[in-house]
Design a protein around this ligand. Sequence first.
Ligand code: SF4
Ligand code: SF4
Length: 290
Amino acid sequence: MKELVILSGKGGTGKTSLTGSIAYVAKEKLLLADCDVDASNMHLITSKEKLHSREYKNGFTANVDAGLCTACGICEKECAFDAIHINNEKAVVNEMFCEGCGLCVRLCPEKAISLSEMRVGEITVYMTRFNKKLVSAMMDSKRERSGKLVSEVKNVARDEAASENDEYIILDGPPGIGCPAIASLGRVDYALLVAEPTMTGYHDMVRIHELIKHFRIKTGLVVNKSDINANMRRKILEYGSKESISLIGEIEYDDAFIEAVRRNITAAEYSERLKDKTMKIWENIKEEIK
Ligand code: SF4
Ligand code: SF4
């Protein structure tokens, strides 16, 4: 089984629509996984039905039994993370700051504090309209640990793909170069960059490629909206050539991307031209991965 991650360094490059389009045109058995856990949206354009979902918990947080708390203030005084305060004569935990170290649990004279596992988000497995599974996750608001949630999405994806005898896992990568992007790159066989020829598009591509280089992952490039700026297109292609990034395909500007999103479908479903383009891109990717 081969794993491929599709990244762009930022949103809005058509990456998710292209990823969904590949799943649509591919004849092979494959599984999709949406690693943009802060704003997952692959299910909106590909899913047919929800198969199952479960909570993802990671780390611990303190909980106060208000009925037992006497507001002695020991926990507030001793917490090194400034995560617990007396409010209205009761200790109250700020989960954003609580590191789950357990010190307050040990120090509380009334045994009013306990630790519980912290819910980070929810992981859902969908069936897509293309009879390929999609693993997606949504992180709860005000939660951190998005890198860990991405890793868990990949674990679930690997289990699901193994049970289906899938040949490929295609990961829709998160934006940015932080923990989620780093987590998405672990143990993948191939990275595909989707870049658009603008100054910011160029810099986003370079930033994410600098990260990919640390992982020594073979990398390809798709230039989307390739005809909107000839100079920036040339600059992107020159960078790709200098860095030994294979040019996998170019897609000229096409309103079909926007129209497809409006209809909650992939670009390849909406446009025959984009379907043909996507098929060529997928053939080129397979040549690169094998
Ligand atoms: S140490 Fe226990 S009793 Fe004292 S304020 Fe904290 S929770 Fe309340
Ligand atoms: S578990 Fe640790 S970090 Fe959390 S409130 Fe208690 S002492 Fe502070």
